[in-house]
Design a protein around this ligand. Sequence first.
Ligand SMILES: CC(C)(COP(=O)(O)OP(=O)(O)OC[C@H]1O[C@@H](n2cnc3c(N)ncnc32)[C@H](O)[C@@H]1OP(=O)(O)O)[C@@H](O)C(=O)NCCC(=O)NCCS
Length: 383
Amino acid sequence: MSFYLAEVPPSDAPAWVVESISALQSACEIELHGEDNSESTPALTVMYANQTDTDKYFLVALAGSALLETIPRAKSSTRSGLPEVPVEGGDMLGCAYLAFPRKDNPHLAEDGWITVDAVHRRRGIGQALWEHLLALTRTQGRTSIIGYTDHARAAEQGDPDALQPPTGTAALPLDAASSFALRCGFSLEQTEQQSSLLMPVPEDVLAGLWEAAAPLAHSYMLRGYVGPTPADLLEGVGPMFAALSSDAPTAGLDWHGESWDAERVARHDAVIAASGVMYNTVALHRATGEVVALTQIMCDHERPDRTFQWSTIVASAHRGHRLGILIKVANLRLLAEEEPRATSVQTWNAAENDHMLAINVALGFRASSLGGVWQRTLSPGSG
Ligand SMILES: CC(C)(COP(=O)(O)OP(=O)(O)OC[C@H]1O[C@@H](n2cnc3c(N)ncnc32)[C@H](O)[C@@H]1OP(=O)(O)O)[C@@H](O)C(=O)NCCC(=O)NCCS
């Protein structure tokens, strides 16, 4: 089948395009994991439309020919130089995403991924999408690309083709995704462990963990909230997001920490609220508003059964006092109260993040699938 590539406009993306991207992601999740952990269509629409801190690109492969399908309606120019997706609809065969941070990490193209419809694989669609992402990266003058792959399971013990990350943690199998990433010139830098927790967590488990941790936290105030950050904590939450961006293990990735202030936290919260997604947050703070620990669980009311553990961070001076487990216990209680339809919490952690993984195991999380974090470097000025 012939295909052509097109760009999705960030604002007013035609509904059929976002629905098709969402459907492709869902199909791929079910193919790999037997369950769908992808973002809902409304969340995807709002996240893509928000380009304040990052230039985001969705490129798609559509059946047919650009000349026939898009030229009559195409805008004179898109950011990528590809035709814009047609307004009325089409048959989506594949999709690619890449983001270019504007403020932090100006050398980086990040969050890259490519998905091709299972019935249209091995026909060069993935390769064509990749070549355009690479061209975009060069045009933007970026020198590293970070991309992600998803794998149902780790490589078997003794598998001679297994791909071991330099961190020495769980190895990936040489499957379609990793073969494709290698072919595109990426090296595996890190693996990410996906873990799942069944909700609700039995209260005796939570109570035992809470009782062991609470005495160490007597000098802080515990605050749980649903939705945007309360005004009096905005200043304190900024440094926590900055610490998360620099302190979580990043192996050999060419990633530098981000700067977050109160204004950026509020902006981020506004985008989340508009997307129909809700964060349940627990923060430990001092009376001054200084936040020392924070954890968030994301709920999407379109798909209330599956929830996602998001940021968890304890400020460096306060680590080693069980504050991490304390805030997670409090947030699981908050989640059970606020979203009783939740049946699971999913989380992803760097496979070498022993401290976070130990807390998750204590809470009852069990390992499920594995992700690959890959990097491709480009020499400056290379085309
Ligand atoms: C990985 C994926 C995007 C590849 O898309 P595709 O359109 O089938 O890839 P292409 O036909 O362009 O293949 C390009 C090259 O990648 C490698 N490759 C792709 N699929 C492969 C497979 N199943 N086994 C081994 N090598 C493979 C080959 O080197 C191939 O070149 P060749 O066909 O000349 O041998 C597709 O399998 C997919 O969508 N998988 C699920 C989502 C995913 O894992 N995405 C990966 C990274 S984000």
